[in-house]
Design a protein around this ligand. Structure first.
Ligand SMILES: Nc1nc2c(c(=O)[nH]1)N[C@H]1C(S)=C(S)[C@@H](COP(=O)(O)OP(=O)(O)OC[C@H]3O[C@@H](n4cnc5c(=O)[nH]c(N)nc54)[C@H](O)[C@@H]3O)O[C@H]1N2
Ligand SMILES: Nc1nc2c(c(=O)[nH]1)N[C@H]1C(S)=C(S)[C@@H](COP(=O)(O)OP(=O)(O)OC[C@H]3O[C@@H](n4cnc5c(=O)[nH]c(N)nc54)[C@H](O)[C@@H]3O)O[C@H]1N2
Ligand code: SF4
Ligand SMILES: [Mo]
Length: 748
């Protein structure tokens, strides 16, 4: 559904592969009209960048040296991010599905499309009840849009069923942090890492997925820090570490319990901290008794001597920073893994001080802000709980409604699809989410999408999920709107508008308000700018844990970002959580943690094997994740030529021993099959992966999608899917699959 631009323009601007931005048009000789300070549209680090703008087009970038987090540095995606804007696939109109049209869609007027959407919502809700219409949103949206989506669902549609793609990303960390600390945010700014003696990284491919964080780790190392990495693969950051623990996927909680066992045995504990500022330690002591090095090693696959070494370094360090990412969180016991990690931090007492830190590495651009202000199925703004009567009353009063009219807790993103499959949800609005590629066992997702009575997608590209839509509305790119996001450290920053939306495309928040107006329910959805939305959000978050009430756009500009919580105009923000005396509306001076007694909680972290362990039939562990040049479901980065050139299609990473047992060489075609699906990809034979495990990056759709294989098992607390472990069998493929060499995004 490209806008069929003339061939010359395409070749000149996007290079020889039709439909791939190549960067050829970045002519350093072209003088920009303007330079706009903003942030990268991709990962949670939200690097500062200066966009060069000419004639309402982003034509290049300059480093933004003053922004303190990245100080001008960018990764390969950030360097090429400006190329997506004038891509020929950019949606310039609303579209209606029409099987007789060449691409299956025909353009239609924007107003008429919004009318179709409003009519469908009205009809479905009248016939099947409010909850029969669901909303899926995303954490690449600004915080203003995330807030607006939560309000649109609860106030305008009065549906309980709204959830977001952070369900696939941050929720295990969020749940673990709330259970242990009562708050869900990185505990420290990254500068706290620089003088730490020891950096512990579990399940995070830092150099490829949080590239700028590498710089912080290396600076710490230059200052003498030791680095421990826990991963089934020797990732680029692991190649520069001091101790590598090659954990078998799905076993991290056992490893953390084993470390705590040794800390207790050797009395490498901060007793004063444990006694004064925590509760629940005795139970945990009891629980980790059986986790001897021998047993830990047997379960985790990590050699006993490495476990001893890691415990000794961790136990004896005077300062440390522990980080983890999806490698420990994407599990059916992801929350237990996170609690295990937090237990060793609490036992060491090394938190809430300079050089003593703990953080989960946020994934999506607004993975932090997007999980605080009400687009989660159980949440209201300010990280409030939708089931708590006081929280409901506070937000209902701001939204001008009775608390009892506010819907209750809805279901999680995957459960929304199960409900669609069962006919309980009949209509769906999806914005900033591509579940057909990114949810596990995605053949099921495609089937469910086709059962909907009505589906509307809002995006700037026709992503694979949107291909199932009845109506597609053209939303806005990052550079076409302003608003705030909260980056990896908890720093609220400002995205600045560089260009106007092209054609009939609209800023996402305007589209949502247009739908509300067309429904005849504009109440509370008549904002005239993101700033106005932010000002309401500040009030709505006041007194909540994620308190933004003292943050303003002006303050963000002046300070290069403001760390929340920031509860008053004259409050500077909170770069480091859990410091004595810092503002805390829950503890009110009783202590540093966000519970009424001010104390952190040890939680028993229970080991259970993965939902689908290997067996004779499916003897190989499959784990999935990312590569540096592609982003998430790939909608954006699969359209940027230089990034496609770096890693054009998924390969199945395996150890030479595995390759030998299959009789394959590097580059041969291999079929991986699980109980849910199969795919045939080229082998990438590397010595850097456990011999019992294979890895597939998941950024591709259709028959190249890793999520044809993955399992839809979820963590019972967080509802995160178990992307990081399932069982597969492998065989050498006799021939290349028919989709070999095809380049997306042309493939549907
Ligand atoms: N280039 C790039 N960067 C990105 C993204 C992207 O798509 N591309 N996405 C962003 C987003 S949304 C996210 S969530 C983050 C994700 O960032 P990461 O979590 O760092 O990335 P993943 O590749 O999902 O997984 C990390 C590591 O977990 C390991 N792993 C697998 N199973 C296990 C296990 O059981 N235990 C342990 N300890 N490790 C395991 C994998 O080998 C992998 O190296 O990246 C963000 N940054
Ligand atoms: N097998 C496997 N699957 C995984 C993972 C894994 O490690 N393994 N990781 C999971 C994780 S951590 C994540 S975060 C998810 C991500 O999965 P998704 O959220 O589905 O992936 P995205 O590619 O971010 O899809 C977002 C869509 O939003 C659009 N978009 C981006 N910004 C905006 C905006 O401002 N406005 C509008 N209207 N649209 C926008 C993009 O064009 C894209 O089409 O994938 C998950 N899936
Ligand atoms: S590290 Fe993340 S935010 Fe920074 S340039 Fe790369 S993708 Fe963008
Ligand atoms: Mo993510």
């Amino acid at each position: 559904m490209a806008q069929t631009p003339d061939t010359l323009r395409v070749i000149e601007r996007f290079g020889p592969h039709r439909g791939y931005s190549s960067g050829a048009r970045l002519a350093s000789s072209v003088e920009p009209d303007r330079i706009v300070n903003t942030h990268c549209c991709f990962c949670g680090q939200q690097c500062g960048i200066q966009l060069k703008v000419k004639d309402n087009e982003v034509i290049g970038f300059e480093p933004w040296y003053e922004f303190p987090f990245n100080r001008g540095m960018l990764c390969p995606k950030g360097v090429k991010r400006y190329l997506q804007g004038s891509h020929p696939d950019r949606l310039l109109h609303a579209y209606q599905r029409d099987p007789s049209a060449p691409d299956g869609f025909r353009p239609m007027g924007y107003e008429a499309a919004v009318r179709v959407v409003a009519d469908a919502i009205g009809r479905i809700q009248a016939e099947h009840g409010n909850d029969a219409f669901a909303i899926l949103t995303g954490a690449s949206l600004t915080t203003e849009k995330a807030y607006l989506m939560g309000k649109f669902a609860r106030v305008c549609l009065r549906t309980a069923n709204i959830d977001y793609n952070g369900r696939l990303c941050m929720v295990s960390a969020a749940a673990g942090n709330k259970l242990a600390f009562g708050i869900d945010r990185a505990a420290n700014a990254w500068s706290d890492m620089l003088k730490s003696e020891l950096i512990w990284i579990s399940g995070a491919n830092v150099a490829e997925c949080a590239p700028i964080t590498t710089e912080y780790v290396w600076q710490a190392r230059d200052n003498g820090a030791r680095v421990i990495v826990v991963d089934p693969r020797i990732t680029p950051i692991a190649r520069t570490c001091d101790l590598f623990l090659p954990v078998k996927p799905g076993r991290d909680v056992a490893l953390f319990n084993g470390i705590l066992h040794l800390m207790i045995e050797h009395d490498w504990l901060d007793h004063a901290f444990i006694d004064n500022w925590t509760i629940g330690f005795d139970q945990v002591v009891e629980h980790v008794k059986p986790w001897t090095p021998k047993r830990t090693s047997r379960i985790t696959g990590v050699p006993e001597r490495s476990i001893q070494q890691a415990a000794e370094w961790w136990g004896q360090a005077k300062s440390s920073f522990l980080m983890h990412a999806r490698g420990i969180e994407h599990h059916s016991h992801g929350v237990q893994n996170v609690l295990g990690a937090i237990n060793i931090v609490l036992a060491s007492g090394r938190i809430g001080r300079e050089s003593c830190g703990y953080a989960t590495i946020t994934g999506q651009g607004n993975g932090q802000g997007g999980r605080e202000h009400g687009q989660k199925c159980d949440q209201l703004p300010g990280a409030r709980d939708i089931s708590n009567p006081d929280h409901r009353a506070y937000v209902a009063q701001i939204w001008g409604m009775e608390p009892e009219d506010l819907p209750g807790k809805g279901v999680d993103a995957y459960e929304i699809f199960r409900k669609i499959d069962r006919g309980e949800i009949r209509g769906l609005l999806s914005i900033c989410f591509n579940p057909k590629v990114s949810l596990p066992d995605n053949n099921f997702i495609s089937k469910a999408l086709d059962k909907l009575d009505f589906f509307v997608a809002i995006d700037f590209f026709l992503n694979e999920t949107a291909r199932h839509a009845d109506i597609v509305l053209p939303g806005s790119l990052h550079e076409e709107d302003e608003g705030t996001v909260t980056q990896i450290e908890g720093r609220v920053i400002k995205i600045n508008k560089a260009i106007d939306c092209p054609g009939d495309a609209r800023q996402d928040w305007r589209i949502i308000q247009d739908i509300a107006a067309m429904l005849g329910r504009p109440h509370g959805l008549t904002f005239s700018s993101p700033r106005e939305i932010f000002d309401e959000l500040r009030v709505a978050s006041r007194g909540g844990v994620a308190d933004y009430s003292g943050i303003t756009y002006g303050k963000i500009e002046r300070q290069h970002g403001v760390f929340w919580p920031c509860p008053a105009d004259d409050h500077p923000g909170t770069p480091r959580l859990f410091e004595r005396g810092s503002w805390n509306p829950i503890a009110k001076g009783a202590g540093p943690f966000y519970f009424p007694d001010g104390k952190a909680r040890f939680n028993v972290a229970e080991y259970t094997p993965p939902t689908e362990d290997v067996d004779e039939e499916y003897p190989v562990i499959l784990t999935t994740g990312r590569v540096v040049s592609q982003f998430l479901s790939g909608t954006q980065t699969r359209r940027i030529g230089p990034l496609v050139d770096q890693y054009a299609e998924p390969r199945i990473e395996m150890h030479p021993q595995m390759a030998e047992s299959l009789g394959v060489q590097n580059g041969d075609w291999v079929t991986a099959e699980s109980r849910r699906g199969d795919c045939t990809l080229r082998a990438l034979v590397v010595t850097t992966i456990r011999p019992d495990t294979v890895f597939i990056p998941y950024h591709w759709p259709g028959r190249k999608s890793a999520n044809q294989l993955t399992i839809s098992a979820q963590d019972p607390i967080s509802k995160i899917p178990e992307y990081k472990v399932c069982a597969v069998r492998l065989r050498k493929a006799q021939e290349a699959p028919e989709y070999a060499g095809q380049l997306e995004p042309q493939q549907g």
